[in-house]
Design a binder for this molecule. Sequence first.
Ligand code: GTP
Ligand code: MG
Length: 330
Amino acid sequence: MYGDELEKKRYSSIEEIPGVTPSIAEKLRELGFNTVESLAMATIRELEQAGISDKKAFEIINAARSSVTLSFIRADELLERRQNVLRLTTGSKKLDELLGGGLETQTITEFYGEYGSGKSQIAHQACVNVQLPPEKGGLGGGALYIDTENTFRPERIVQMARFRGLDPQKVVRNIIWAEAYTSDHQMFLLENADKVIKENNIRLIVVDSLTAHFRSEYIGRENLALRQQKLNQHMHKLIRLARAFNAVALVTNQVMSSPEVFLSETIRPIGGHIVAHTSHTRVFLRKGARGPIRIARLVSSPYLPEGECLFKITENGIEDVTEEDRGEWG
Ligand code: GTP
Ligand code: MG
């Protein structure tokens, strides 16, 4: 099945897909499949929960896939898809360079570090920057902020928007905020996000923090496997949304503070192998000796070398460090 051999049928709503009756459509919507894009990325097992057979689920997924052109593709087409990957500026040129040009669409970028290291500030800044036009490093779209610790501050967005010369009222209108009360609720929000993403031209999905609920709810070794399974499911949903909508996925993560960490003098992010392998790009943030300066270290990336850079957090938001700053804080 090569793309060009398929008879191209484009469906603009899930009801148009053959076999999706109104009652099936209703059940699919309850499961969070509101768009053809999300159905194209669904698994048969997920659709079975709508009370349909394997065979039917398979047919629906295939129809959705052909509609959004996801099947075997040649490497030249893959190259073209990769060329569709866009970059979103962080606000700091140095940090953008470290990331190979900014935050990448279609993949997950994880920022981890201790409290106050700047994870949420970077997420806030990205919510503003995504609204900039492409020539200014934005994606001309909105942001979705899934907030697990009630850290989102619209006042801070207003401050950052003013500095970028954007209308603060418009900027706050283009950010959709959702507070997640538990890890299940957090998963539920993302599983039901496709409609909101599509309708609001969302090009940035933030989960701040990815791991906090999981960490506090699944305590003890006996719950570790289940926690990892849930985290895996959650992150895969995030990747699928980022791909379907060519959006940036930005997650934050805390670091472990166990005696073992102290002994080995290495700081490790939460979430173990699952989070490590599913985050395409991981950035470790730490505070400078004092003042607004932060150090970002690119810890893992599919194709970029490890490296470090400085940035600072000011009234204006995320900015580059100047020579004067170095003199004052260095
Ligand atoms: P946790 O979520 O607690 O793990 O920390 P975090 O890594 O998310 O830290 P966050 O991004 O919230 O960084 C907080 C730091 O940003 C503060 O300690 C301040 O240094 C700085 N900051 C936050 N808001 C402002 C502001 O309005 N003005 C200035 N100048 N700095 C700010
Ligand atoms: Mg935070």
